[in-house]
Design a protein around this ligand. Structure first.
Ligand code: HEM
Length: 433
């Protein structure tokens, strides 16, 4: 395990920009966070952020540099340090809890080659596009139920709370094998897991704690583990045709998968498997409202729906960062990166890079190619990307024919997070077709 304090040296990012990029609050206001990223791309695409209480880290903001770092998982590790940006006090708390490791979770995100590949292979086949496409009919039934519920509102609703939060949750929990009555528990735990910096998601007893987010993380993990221990046991005793059964009964080097590794998988899928997709669905609707020519275009030509899906994911970028560390001296974007320096990969910035996307702040479903990095890149690239895109396409195919017009009925609200999140609320007014 690497030591807590790092000493990266290179061009220093102005203090207010560094604090903006680290602060969970900045991500509730697109104007604030995207201005900071734009400044960095133009002036210091590889610069060091030194913020009180944190290790100094390189902030990577250009599309090309993000891909360069992400594509080589041997040169840039996820897990010698925490792959999520935390302050030192939070990392110290995690070390104390785990007996020395900053990784509280044995999921793919916390693994490096060659172990990462071994664990990824356990489910890689299940997530292949050809396999996923066989689920289309099953997913369409869920999409229709969800759209029916949406149409029960009389021309006005909160598109996130009343609609977008529930369908991706339904889809992943159905395929995963979590019973429908436990979905509210999974949603609540996910919101607490990702929303540890957001006062509206924090548990009352932890709200005043200086490292509230780290403690929320540990508390939700405990609840998740307790839940999945029991469910995995059931699936070992009585295997079903679901993803949970596949993971619970899998083997590594001839031995049954360990408890921590199984739980790491379960938690990753139970959290990343819906929150990101719900945000992207909401972002797609918001994008069409903010740039209404897209709504007209896709209504006239449903063949544009896959383009809508890609653009919704790019424009929303629900995963805000992951961290890497260099395993040897190397160069990125003209800067010398020393072995064990830490790097913060800023996906939303890569997705607004003018060098790759024309008018990047514009929502444009006809963008082609749309080479966004919202799913990451390289060996850790999102395992669930084909499922996310399939379920979003099906949802828009089912929803759009019923919508004649849509507009904002209030201000959208975003989750306070520098890690994973997006829309908390999107009040809309709509006319049915
Ligand atoms: C629009 C929806 C989604 C977005 C934007 C998204 C984004 C991401 C990103 C940025 C990463 C990190 C990639 C990297 O380090 O290079 C990731 C990893 C991951 N995602 Fe997703 N994701 C989405 C949906 C899903 C779904 C539906 C699932 C599961 C059913 C899922 C499961 C995972 C897992 C297990 C990993 C870890 C992969 C690894 O480290 O090998 N994601 N995702």
């Amino acid at each position: 395990m690497a030591s807590a304090t790092q000493t990266a040296s290179g061009p220093l990012i102005p203090q207010h920009i560094a604090e903006t990029v680290f602060s969970a609050k900045s991500y509730t206001d697109d104007a604030v966070i995207y201005d900071a990223f734009k400044w960095l791309r133009e002036n210091m695409p590889l610069g060091i952020a030194e913020v009180e209480g944190f290790d100094p880290v390189w902030v990577v903001t250009r599309h090309a540099d993000i891909r360069q770092v992400e594509k080589d998982a041997k040169l840039f590790h996820n897990a010698d340090f925490n792959p999520i940006l935390n302050d030192r006090a939070s990392d110290a708390f995690t070390r104390e809890m785990t007996g020395g490791s900053v990784s509280g979770l044995a999921s793919l995100t916390y693994m490096d080659p060659p172990v990462h590949q071994q664990y990824r292979m356990l489910t890689a086949n299940w997530f292949l596009p050809g396999k996923i496409s066989k689920l289309e009919d099953q997913i369409r039934v869920l999409a229709r139920q969800s759209v029916e519920h949406f149409l029960s509102f009389d021309g006005e609703c909160d598109f996130v709370r009343d609609f977008a939060l529930h369908y991706p949750l339904r889809v992943i929990m159905t395929l995963f094998g979590v019973p429908p009555e436990d979905e509210p528990k999974m949603l609540k735990l996910t919101q607490e897991f990702f929303g540890g910096h957001d006062p509206e998601e924090q548990r009352a007893e932890l709200r005043e704690d200086p490292i509230v987010a780290a403690k929320m993380w540990a508390a939700t993990l405990e609840d998740f583990f307790q839940y999945f221990d029991a469910l995995a046991e059931k699936r070992r005793a009585e295997p079903q045709d679901d993803l949970l059964t596949l993971i619970a009964n899998s083997r590594i080097n001839g031995s049954p998968i360990g408890r921590d590794e199984a739980n790491g998988y379960f938690v990753a899928i139970a959290t990343a498997g819906h929150d990101t997709t719900s945000s992207s669905v909401a972002g797609g609707m918001h994008g069409m409202i903010a740039f209404p020519e897209n709504f007209a275009k896709v209504k006239a030509d449903p063949a544009l729906i896959p383009g809508l899906v890609d653009e919704a994911i790019r424009w929303t970028s629900p995963v805000k960062h992951f961290m890497r560390n260099a395993t040897q001296d190397t160069e990125v974007g003209g800067q010398l990166i020393r072995s064990m320096d830490r790097l913060m990969i800023c996906y939303p910035s890569g997705n607004r890079d003018e060098a790759v996307f024309e008018h990047p702040d514009r929502f444009d479903i006809t963008r082609s190619p749309n080479r966004h990095v919202a799913f990451g890149f390289g060996p850790h690239m999102c395992l669930g990307q084909h499922l996310a895109k399939l379920e979003m396409r099906i949802l828009f195919e089912e929803l759009l024919p019923h919508l004649a017009a849509v507009e904002l009925a209030g201000s959208p609200k975003l989750v306070e997070t520098n890690f994973v999140g997006g829309y908390k609320s999107l009040p809309i007014r709509f006319r049915k077709a």
